[in-house]
Design a protein around this ligand. Structure first.
Ligand SMILES: C[S@@+](CC[C@H](N)C(=O)[O-])C[C@H]1O[C@@H](n2cnc3c(N)ncnc32)[C@H](O)[C@@H]1O
Length: 257
């Protein structure tokens, strides 16, 4: 039976305040059909009623749609290049950095940035802004506790400097946690702030339709100060950076002109 996605997109927009129209259709519909089946619903109309009535079904849907996979220093070699750009280019130019980790998931990315700032004694004008559409993951991010398997890219030195271990769980020090401020933000629906010196937005635009992605690149560019850096995911190279006022400075790293 054909599933009524138009109905479901309208319903999620109205009832969950999520605009699914911006996401790549086939990929998204495969995921919706699969999570709907898990719940035992046969149609999207029935599934929407279940989401409304059963908090566990709602949570499973939100988790499935948002895809929270992340890591500290994800794609280490590229992150090292970003660290180098931050230390040798960005920080000497701007005395107080304003940084945004957009679609931050568990916070591993924002906290990686906080560790880099601490390591190089780089000052930030305000806390690193870390945003995501998913409120559940933001709650986890604020807690700042990670399991061993999430720590694979964190060196022994960083583990002992920035975490303490409690029964196999790695807890971030208050000094690093205090450098990050978490906030709910939908990249498709919400307004962007401005005046950033660096924006890190990785592994989320791959889920968006091309026209949405292009609009986002322009909005990120507008949100950056001239000379600021935009850092994308390892499968999210921008092929025409000039179109958004960017210049490529290293793979997946762009400077706002
Ligand atoms: C694969 S994770 C990427 C996490 C991190 N940036 C990284 O690269 O490791 C994708 C994140 O994007 C978030 N997300 C999905 N759609 C979003 C939207 N419209 N606005 C903001 N965040 C969104 C998800 O909740 C999820 O936490």
């Amino acid at each position: 039976m054909e599933l009524n996605y138009d109905f479901f997109y309208d319903w999620t927009k109205k009832n969950l305040n999520i605009n699914l129209n911006g996401y790549k259709e086939k990929q998204l519909q495969r995921r919706i059909a699969s999570v709907m089946k898990n719940s035992g619903a046969a149609t999207l109309e029935e599934y929407s009623r279940k989401i409304q009535k059963e908090p566990a079904v709602k949570q499973e849907f939100l988790d499935y749609i948002t895809i929270n996979v992340t890591d500290f220093f994800r794609n280490q070699d590229i992150f090292e290049e970003f660290e180098k750009q931050l230390v040798t280019y960005l920080s000497p130019q701007f005395s107080n950095l304003k940084i945004w980790s957009a679609a931050c998931s568990t916070g591993a990315e924002a906290y990686s940035m906080a560790m880099i700032l601490d390591k190089h004694a780089i000052r930030s004008a305000e806390k690193i802004l870390a945003t995501d559409i998913d409120e559940t993951i933001l709650k986890r991010a604020k807690v700042g506790k990670y399991k061993t398997h999430e720590m694979k890219n964190v060196t022994e030195i960083d583990r002992s400097r920035y975490f303490h271990e409690e029964d196999g769980v790695f807890c971030l020090t208050p000094a690093i946690k205090n450098r990050v401020q978490f906030k709910k933000h939908d990249l498709i629906a919400d307004r962007f702030s401005s005046g950033f010196h660096a924006i890190v937005c990785r592994n989320v635009t791959i889920y968006f339709k091309n026209e949405v992605k292009e609009e986002l690149y322009q909005k990120f560019s507008d949100s950056l100060m001239p000379g600021g850096l935009f850092f994308t995911g390892a499968t999210e190279a921008i092929y025409n950076p000039e179109a958004y006022g960017f210049q490529k400075v290293a793979p997946f790293i762009y400077k706002k002109l």
